[in-house]
Structures are given as C-alpha cells and as structure tokens.
Ligand binder design. Structure first.
Ligand SMILES: Cc1cc2nc3c(=O)[nH]c(=O)nc-3n(C[C@H](O)[C@H](O)[C@H](O)COP(=O)(O)OP(=O)(O)OC[C@H]3O[C@@H](n4cnc5c(N)ncnc54)[C@H](O)[C@@H]3O)c2cc1C
Length: 469
C-alpha cells in the first residue's frame, strides 16, 4: 500500500467558470483503498476532503481551499455493460461521454444528461443532475439501480431505493458530503434511432415563453428554451423553444447508421476548415452588454420562422460542447451562473422582477436557458412543479461586488415566490437561504445522516462550508 503524505505543493483548482480559485492538495486515487488512505491522512492532519469528478460545477461544489481534493477522474472504468437489459456498471469517474459512446451503437441512451458530456457519473449523482427531460424522467438519481460507496467512518455500503434507502436518497444530491461513490449501476433508455425530431418556435415574451414550455411538455420527450435576457420592455423574456421527441421503432429507415458514433460525434471544424478549439477567441469581443445584445437579437431574428428538423442526440444535448472552452470567452474574471426553480404559478411575476432588475443594474445575463421540471424524492432536491431559469453572468473585477449583491436580491425574490436553488450552480446561496428553501427538517435530517456517516467531519467543500455552516 502506498502511504499518502502531504509532501506535495498546493495546486490551485478552479470552478468551471474560472471565477473562483482554491489551493488544495490533490490526490488521484485509482482504487478504493487509496480513498480510504486519504480519509486516514485527513484524520491525522486535521484536513478536510472533497471529491471532484470533472470539476464542471459552476461554483465551489468541487473546491476545498486549504484541504485535500480527491480527483476521481482516473477511476473511470466501465465494469459491466449489459446491452440486452441496457444496464451499465461503472466507476465514478466515468464520463457521460464514455457512457453514451458505449451504449448508443447498441440502441440505448443515458436517461438523463447534462448540457455537457464531460461530467462524471459521480459528479452527476453528487449534484443529482437534471436534463431537458426533467418533467418526464426526473433527475439522474431516479435511474440509478444501485451504487456502492465508501463512507468516512470506514464502512463500505451498497444502496438502492430498497436497500439503505435513506442513504440512497441523501447521497444522491448530497454533494459528496456523506461518502464517496465507488461504483454506480444505472439503467439506460431504449432508442430506435440516433436522431431526435426537433420542433423550434420563437416566443415573443415571458408569458408566451412559459406557456409554450408548459403546454409543449406533455407531448415532448425533451423541452428547453433559450431566453434573451438582454432585452426588456414588451420583449422581456422572448426567446426560442426547442421541443424534441424520440423517433418510434420503424420511423428511422437506417437506425444502425444514425446510431453509429460517426453520425453522432460533434464536428471538430467549422465549415470543415476552422478548428473549433479557437472559436471562443472570436466570441470574446462580443462578451459585453452591447455585443451580447447584438448576438441575442441576431439569434432571436434568425429563430423567427417556426420549423422542424432532425438532429443527432449528441448535437441536441451537448450544444455547449460545440465550442470547446466556451467559458474562456468570458475573459479573465470568468463567469458564474444563477439558476432558480419556481412553481409554475409564481414564475412569471418573479422572473419579470428579476430580469428587469438585471437590466436596470446594467448587469444583464448574456445567456438564459429555461426548462420544465417536476418534484422528486431526493433529500437536497432543487426541483419543483414549475420551471427553471439559468442565467450566465460575466464576472469582472469591477462588477464582482455589484453582481454578488444583485444575485442575493435574486435569491430573495425567488424565496418569496416559493422557489428553490441548485447547489451545483449558484454561488451566492447562504445558510439562511438553504434553510428557507429546503426547510429546517430536511437540513436537520441531512446533518444527522452526516454525523452518522462522517463522525469526524472529514468531508467538507467550500460549498458545504458556505451553505451549511
Ligand atoms: C456546460 C455545462 C452544462 C451543464 N448543464 C447541466 C444541466 O443541463 N443539468 C444539470 O443538472 N447540471 C448541468 N451542469 C452542471 C453539472 O452537470 C454538475 O455540476 C455536475 O455535478 C458536474 O459533474 P462533475 O463530474 O464535473 O462533478 P464536480 O463538479 O467535480 O462535482 C460535483 C459534486 O459532486 C461531488 N462528487 C464528485 N464525484 C463524487 C463521488 N465519486 N462521490 C461523491 N461525490 C462526488 C463533488 O464533491 C461535488 O459536490 C452543467 C455544467 C456545465 C459546465
């Protein structure tokens, strides 16, 4: 057994948006024993430990300033793939990209995916991610058959909705604060084509935007809205809705071809010439209020005719991977995201207030995305019977304080409207906000489970200290 020591330098880790930094000791385990060793070392040295998958959280969920970070990206082996049942067992560092590329040629697709394929299974369970099908399929946790985990108290546990159910529903969504997932068994969704049928339609204002999401969802497998947050007045909340459905068996004349990786992989060049890896450099000059207004207006105008088309699963789901390192276009200060979840009854009024406030302050979001959701049973759930609005903000040295104050005002508006927040995204959530939206009973239950799994308080992250202190 290798004995872990701290005779190594601090490495500065960042969040996805490069707006936060935290120096930490990095350990890269390849076996469960090495995770156990890291816990022992933490206990001996008084340091804390945070699990990190791909580090694609927008905030401090996978950061641990001054502590140990367990980078699980090397524990990325697929242990078993059963192409008949569509069930996969994999280590926590396995990415969604590895998974869809393995299962799709056999006629399956991950039931829930994030907007990037670079996230890991462990990270997706830690946050309990949702997709553009949340209203239909729930979060990823609803498709987990079973997982194994190592707890800081030294026990190895197996959890499913029936076995250790309390821990199952708390560890999924538990932000890596109860234990470390070591293997995950998850059910895939059967598909009959590598293509989705997409219907795209413009919406002129927030009222229409939310109505189309609400009414379009029951007839769709996926639904998502792009929202222009740079325009106010009568056009406030305008945008475009994409509703998608799977093709039924027999609808695609050549499913083997459309499900092949060649047909799915995103092109690496634009118009076959320019490498996409440099595209973000050309976006940077537009990352200011005027430039973003121009881009959003252009996008709105080009979305105007209603149309239907077919698109590969990868292209539909992973639009943000189309431009590698798109986050770098936001410049040195990086970006943060604010995502709020509101009941369908209160969403329009609250988001009207919030969008107007951002315009008034001269701090509009350059990218807005809406989705339709339904509640779920996980302990630290962010979902509601309603909608979510995710807003990306550019961070600069001069706007950092103003932005942070505005996002705290957003939180107040959302709380007053009965809304919730997502721990993998928001950077401003305070302990008071957490108690208000989760309820004191849920917070008590989570802390009680934490005491049981982690009696010495070894698992902590910057996010945990911020929202649960
Ligand atoms: C471009 C982009 C698009 C996105 N789109 C969506 C979306 O559509 N829907 C959505 O829900 N989210 C979305 N996200 C957020 C992202 O899916 C989550 O933040 C996810 O948790 C990131 O996975 P990761 O592997 O990078 O995990 P990390 O960011 O590294 O970690 C996330 C959390 O999981 C914990 N964790 C990691 N590994 C383990 C483990 N093995 N055991 C226990 N805990 C662990 C960490 O401690 C941390 O709390 C998006 C992010 C980006 C960058």
């Amino acid at each position: 057994m290798t004995i872990l020591t701290l005779d190594r330098k601090f490495v500065s880790l960042e969040n996805y948006g490069h707006s936060l930094r935290a120096p930490s000791y990095i350990f890269k385990p390849t076996r469960i024993e090495e995770i156990a060793e890291a816990f022992q070392l933490a206990k001996k040295t008084g340091l804390t430990v945070t699990a990190r998958g791909a580090g694609r959280s927008y905030n401090d969920a996978a950061l641990n300033g001054g502590g140990i970070v367990l980078d699980l990206s090397s524990m990325n082996r697929v242990i078993k793939w059963d192409a008949l049942k569509g069930q996969i067992v994999a280590e926590p560092g396995t990415t969604l990209q590895q998974i869809w590329q393995m299962v799709e040629p056999d006629g399956w697709w991950p039931p829930v995916v994030s907007g990037t394929m670079l996230t890991t299974l462990g990270g997706c369970l830690g946050a309990n991610i949702h997709g553009k099908n949340n209203f239909r399929m729930g979060p990823i946790g609803e498709h987990v058959i079973e997982f194994t985990a190592l707890l800081p108290n030294g026990s190895e546990v197996t959890c499913s909705p029936k076995k250790n159910a309390d821990l199952f529903y708390a560890m999924i969504s538990g932000l890596g604060m109860l234990g470390i997932f070591t293997s995950i068994k998850i059910q895939m969704k059967r598909i009959y084509s590598g293509l989705l049928e997409i219907s795209a339609r413009p919406v002129n204002n927030l009222h229409e935007h939310l109505n189309v999401l609400l009414e379009g969802a029951p007839a769709s497998d996926y639904i998502v809205g792009w929202l222009d947050a740079t325009t106010g007045g009568r056009g406030l909340g305008r945008g475009q809705i994409h509703a998608a459905r799977y093709l039924h068996e027999g609808e695609d004349p050549d499913p083997q071809k459309t499900m092949s990786l060649k047909n799915q992989n995103l092109p690496s060049r634009i118009m076959g010439i320019f490498p996409k890896s440099i595209l973000y450099i050309f976006m940077e000059p537009f990352m200011n209020n005027l430039g973003a207004w121009g881009v959003n207006t252009g996008k709105y105008i080009s979305s105007l005719p209603r149309h239907t088309f077919r698109q590969s699963h990868a292209a539909f789901h992973f639009l943000l991977d189309y431009v590698p390192n798109v986050e770098l276009a936001y410049g040195r200060g990086g970006l943060i995201q604010h995502q709020s979840f509101l009941p369908k009854e209160t969403a329009e009024a609250a988001w009207t207030e919030l969008l107007q406030l951002s315009l008034k302050r001269g701090l509009p979001s350059y990218l807005g995305v809406t989705k339709r959701h339904r509640p779920d049973k996980f302990l630290l759930s962010h979902a509601v019977d309603g909608f979510s609005l995710a807003l990306d903000f550019k961070v600069t040295n001069s706007n950092r304080t103003k932005l942070s104050q505005m996002l705290q005002e957003f939180d107040r508006i959302v709380l007053d409207a009965g809304g919730r927040f997502y721990f993998a995204k928001n950077s401003e959530t305070t302990p008071e906000t957490t108690v208000r939206f989760l309820g004191p009973e849920t917070v008590r239950k989570f802390k009680k489970l934490k005491k049981l799994c982690d009696p010495n308080g070894l698992l902590e992250s910057d996010l945990y200290r911020r929202v649960f202190s």
